[in-house]
Write a protein that binds this ligand. Structure first.
Ligand SMILES: Nc1ncnc2c1ncn2[C@@H]1O[C@H](COP(=O)(O)OP(=O)(O)OP(=O)(O)O)[C@@H](O)[C@H]1O
Ligand SMILES: [Mg+2]
Length: 380
């Protein structure tokens, strides 16, 4: 096959990939590149594509299409990976109000301080101090790191950009350093919050047999940027593998925020929030559910609650059956002493008979009675 035909095939395949992935902005950019590429060799084809592009841009100004409003601003052209034409950054703007995540007191305090520092930055700077410019969010999956970054950007009234590490690193490795730099440069020039989400993806790759030198360069790029980040912007990073983060990188961040699974009151608040208008159904189970969900992430709790709500809505089973079932599953995995504690909570906080509780937990009625009376004595 001739080189020319090979080239056309590759362009066609690439265009198909972008179109199927529903990335209209990337499709437009790629077509623009094709127009330039084919202008000399095939002016008719180039003119036709150019015409499609123009027709489409005009539609992009339709004020009802939110995503396009953002893209329509010329200075908002997001940086791309040259080879894949994928956006290196994803932009978020906040036309809809974003709900505040449920946060522990400590996190709330440190984020409030960060927000206040921003609001009073002139004062800080006049005293020779810099407001917090960078922070790293650490914690297991599903506890609100990404969500908090979005909320924080909204509180600061700044646009949020999230670095797409897959796009940065999807091209052949030699380009990832310059991709990363392009993305960081873009964000640095704007007053914005930049989130380097799941930053351990860079660190993790060190264990693969990919080019270690290249990965080191990536970390170095970030290191330099953390130090030089402008004080009217905010650089955030998030990870659930702190142990994989380069120690030198770690030290550079102004603030470290540790996220964790919700404690008991926060679990109850989460159940309340996620059960929405069905809270009436969940309320009487709240203590039991909080016990059942102990140690679970917010996103797991959300998923379970939504599953129950859906089952209730379509009439698969009653709330009692569904929740008893969850209790049963949870109770099987508990060690003996915990099982007893659980059975006693069930006996004192639900209307379940001791017989039913014994069935569910496998703890004998005698044991339940014994521990329950002991509990009453000790709490008096
Ligand atoms: N603190 C929270 N308060 C309320 N909802 C939460 C909270 N944390 C997580 N959720 C729910 O779980 C979803 C996922 O959370 P998020 O993406 O912020 O987790 P994450 O910590 O970034 O996880 P990962 O490490 O997997 O990226 C959120 O969209 C939200 O619905
Ligand atoms: Mg996340």
């Amino acid at each position: 096959m001739s080189d020319e035909l090979n080239g056309i095939n590759a362009d066609l395949a690439h265009l198909a990939r972008l179109a199927i992935a529903e990335q209209p902005d990337d499709v437009r950019l790629f077509v623009a590149r094709l127009v330039r590429k084919y202008r000399n060799a095939n002016p008719q084809l180039a003119a036709q594509m150019d015409q499609y592009l123009r027709a489409n841009t005009a539609r992009g100004h339709n004020p009802l299409r939110k995503a396009d409003i953002h893209q329509a601003q010329p200075n908002q052209q997001l940086p791309l990976d040259d080879e894949s034409r994928l956006s290196l950054l994803k932009a978020f703007n906040f036309e809809t109000k974003f709900e505040q995540p449920i946060l522990s007191k400590e996190i709330e305090e440190s984020l409030n301080q960060l927000i206040q520092e921003r609001r009073q930055s002139t004062r800080l700077i006049s005293l020779g101090l810099q407001p917090t410019r960078s922070a790293i969010f650490v914690g297991p999956p599903g506890v609100g790191k990404t969500m908090t970054a979005r909320w924080l950007a909204e509180q600061l009234n700044l646009p949020l950009y999230i670095l797409d590490l897959t796009a940065v690193m999807s091209s052949f490795l030699g380009r990832s350093g310059s991709n990363l730099r392009a993305a960081l440069d873009f964000a640095k020039k704007r007053k914005c919050v930049l989130l380097l989400d799941e930053i351990d993806a860079i660190a993790k790759r060190r264990n693969d047999d990919t080019d270690v030198g290249e990965l080191k360069r990536l970390v170095t790029v970030i290191l330099q940027e953390v130090d030089e980040w402008p004080s009217d912007g905010l650089l955030l990073a998030a990870t659930n593998h702190p142990e994989l983060i380069d120690i030198a990188l770690w030290r550079r961040f102004d603030l470290i925020v540790n996220f964790g699974a919700p404690d008991n009151p926060a679990t109850k608040e989460a159940i309340k929030r996620f059960s929405g208008q069905d809270y009436g159904i969940f309320e009487r189970w709240i203590d039991i559910l909080a016990f059942v969900f102990a140690g679970e992430s917010y996103s797991n709790i959300e998923r379970e609650i939504s599953r129950i709500r859906r089952s209730i809505a379509i009439g698969t089973a009653s709330d009692t059956d569904l929740i008893e079932n969850i209790i049963k599953i949870r109770s099987i995995s508990l060690p003996k002493q915990e099982k007893i504690k659980f059975a006693v909570i069930l006996a004192s906080q639900t209307r379940l008979s001791q017989h039913a509780i014994s069935d569910i937990t496998g703890v004998s009625r005698d044991t339940i009675r014994k521990y329950k009376s002991e509990q009453i004595v000790t709490t008096q």
